[in-house]
Ligand binder design. Structure first.
Ligand code: HEM
Length: 148
C-alpha cells in the first residue's frame, strides 16, 4: 500500500514535537523499553551498572535520536520510493553482536509509539500512530535482513 504525503507529514510534525525535548523523551523511551524488556538494560553499556536511566546521557540520547531520525527517514523513503533501504548496512552486525532479536524490535516499536503519543499530546491520532508503525516496520525489516 502506498505511503502517502499526508502520512509522511504526520510523521514529520510529530517528530518535531519529539525533538523539542529529546532528553526528556529519551528517558521516557527507555523507561517504556525496560518496563517490557528489563533484560535490555544489560545490552546498553551506560545502563548496565546504573540504578536508573541517566537523564541527559549522551549515549542514551544518541541511540534514541538515531532510532527516531531513522524512522523519520524511512517514512520519507517509503513516500518517495515505496521501500526502505538501509544507508548503514553495518547496523545488522551491531545489533547481532548485542544479541537483539525480533521481540526486542517489537518492544522498541511499542515504546516508540508510546513516546510519540506523549510528545504530541492532544494531536495524537490512530492515523498518526499507524504512519509511525509502518515506517518503523519497514526500517526494522531492513535491519533484520542484515542480521545473521
Ligand atoms: C546501536 C539504530 C533497534 C539496541 C545502534 C546504532 C544505531 C541503531 C544507529 C549505532 C550503531 C553504531 O554504533 O554504529 C537502531 C534502529 C532501531 C534499533 C534504527 C530500530 C528500528 C534496537 C533494538 C535494540 C537495540 C530493538 C534492543 C533492545 C542497540 C544497542 C546498540 C545499538 C545495545 C549499541 C549501543 C551501545 O553499545 O550502547 N542502534 N536500533 N537497537 N542498538 Fe539499536
Amino acid at each position: 500500500m502506498e505511503f502517502t504525503l499526508r502520512q509522511e507529514a504526520l510523521v514529520n510534525s510529530s517528530w518535531e514535537a519529539f525533538n523539542q525535548n529529546l532528553p526528556l523523551f529519551s528517558v521516557l523511551f527507555y523507561t517504556f523499553i525496560l518496563e517490557k524488556a528489563p533484560i535490555a538494560k544489560n545490552m546498553f553499556s551506560v545502563l548496565k551498572d546504573a540504578n536508573e536511566i541517566p537523564l541527559a546521557n549522551p549515549s542514551i540520547n544518541a541511540h534514541t535520536e538515531m532510532v527516531f531520525e531513522m524512522v523519520r527517514d524511512a517514512a520519507a523513503q517509503l513516500q518517495t520510493t515505496g521501500q526502505v533501504v538501509l544507508g548503514d548496512t553495518t547496523l545488522g552486525v551491531v545489533h547481532t553482536q548485542k544479541r537483539v532479536d525480533g521481540l526486542h524490535f517489537m518492544v522498541v516499536k511499542e515504546a516508540l509509539l508510546k513516546t510519540i503519543k506523549e510528545a504530541v499530546g492532544d494531536k495524537w491520532s490512530e492515523e498518526l500512530s499507524n504512519a509511525w508503525e509502518i515506517a518503523y516496520d519497514g526500517l526494522a525489516v531492513a535491519i533484520m535482513k542484515e542480521m545473521s
